[in-house]
Design a protein around this ligand. Structure first.
Ligand code: SAM
Length: 353
């Protein structure tokens, strides 16, 4: 797919569609606001961000594993065993049903032991900060409401492949910064989090390995991964309904949470909308993730392995997308914005070049 120059992609950025969100009553002079220049100018005018209950960090230590178990998405559990198919249908699948049912029963039994025997502990930390989009594609998180001191800048990447009109509307060239109000438009907020359910994994895993029980070792590690993802889901729900509180009336089943039916997203560095892993260093520093036993390896993998980190964006129209291929112009622009040399950026962003 041919690429547009970065400037053209930026001019085609995503803007909130006021006909779908935030402005319930018709506003004079805003007719046709969903297309054309009126929309461009007024895009953020009616947006009223919800102010979180607190600004800064909150730590969760030794989180109740039984509570986390309620949030487990069992779907990916079967992939550990190369068993393909959606849960729970996989349990009665003609081909893999029998094997899936066996590992599921083993998983349930071990999960009970993990909880009762406290084989693992789960720690997490979240942060909620005043934030705005700056320099088109970056999100600046500020230490306080004065928005004068930057706590962390998350440098975004923007889709650069040529876009086309679909049903008379140009598809936007997306960047996560588009979902946050630009500085001066509205006092917006962004959150971030780091959670782990992998504290204690190594000791127990070693016991299984010493007993030449590889099956239990793998089962155990996959359950730690499930609990870490469940922790991310559980805290995100608390953030939406209470701590940030932008969706206080949300009432979703676990199935609906897994289907991401809630307002807002939690993009994770390294995933398609934000392929650059390097922001994890700044995230871990701001959250002081070391204090809860979480660190980063040289290659920016999280340790313990059963960990999840990401950002919280609240905009009702925020969605995941794939940045895809970017051009040399965006790479050098990112180098200017971030102060990281082009050569190093190339190392991290290889698949997007
Ligand atoms: N229920 C799943 C589980 O338990 O494994 C949740 C994890 S799954 C990897 C989905 C998560 O991946 C999202 O919550 C988000 O953090 C991340 N994610 C998915 N698509 C993404 C994208 N395009 N850009 C950024 N993050 C993405």
């Amino acid at each position: 797919m041919p690429l547009w120059p970065l400037a053209q992609a930026r001019a085609n950025k995503w803007r909130p569609d006021l006909t779908k969100t935030v402005r319930p009553e018709p506003v004079e002079g805003l007719a046709g606001a969903s297309t054309g220049s009126a929309r461009t100018e007024l895009a953020w005018a009616g947006f009223k961000p919800t102010k979180p209950k607190f600004i800064g960090k909150r730590v969760f230590r030794n989180f109740d594993l039984a509570e986390l178990a309620k949030y487990i998405d069992w779907g990916p559990f079967f992939q550990t065993w190369d068993l393909a198919g959606p849960y729970p249908a996989i349990l009665s699948d003609e081909v893999v049903g029998e094997q899936a049912t066996k590992v599921f029963a083993d998983g349930q039994a071990m999960l009970k032991k993990i909880i009762e025997g406290r084989w693992l502990s789960a720690n997490g930390v979240i942060g909620l900060y005043p934030a705005n989009a700056v320099n088109d594609d970056d999100i600046a998180l500020y230490t306080d409401e004065s928005r004068s001191t930057v706590a962390l800048t998350w440098h975004g990447l923007r889709q650069q492949t040529e876009k086309q009109e679909v049903d008379g509307a140009m598809r936007p060239s997306r960047c996560l910064a588009d979902f946050v109000a630009p500085k001066g438009e509205a006092d917006d907020y962004v959150g971030l989090f780091a959670v782990t359910a992998g504290l204690g994994v190594e000791k127990k895993e070693q016991q299984f390995l010493d007993a030449h029980d590889d099956y239990s070792a793998i089962l155990f590690k996959s359950l730690a991964d499930r609990l870490a993802e469940a922790f991310a889901e559980c805290l995100h729900q608390r953030v939406r309904t209470d701590l940030w509180g932008y969706a206080p009336d949300e009432a979703l089943s676990n199935e609906e949470l897994i289907q991401e039916k809630y307002q807002g997203i939690r993009p994770a560095p390294g995933y398609p909308a934000c392929p650059d892993h390097s922001v994890k260093r700044a995230m871990f520093e701001l959250l002081q993730a070391g204090d809860i036993g979480m660190t980063l390896t040289e290659s920016l993998a999280m340790a313990p392995a059963a960990s999840v980190s990401g950002f919280y964006l609240a905009h009702p129209q925020s969605t995941y997308f794939n940045v895809g291929k970017i051009g040399e112009d965006q790479l050098s622009d990112l180098a200017d914005r971030s102060g990281v040399a082009v050569a190093e950026l190339k190392r991290w962003l290889g698949p997007n070049l």
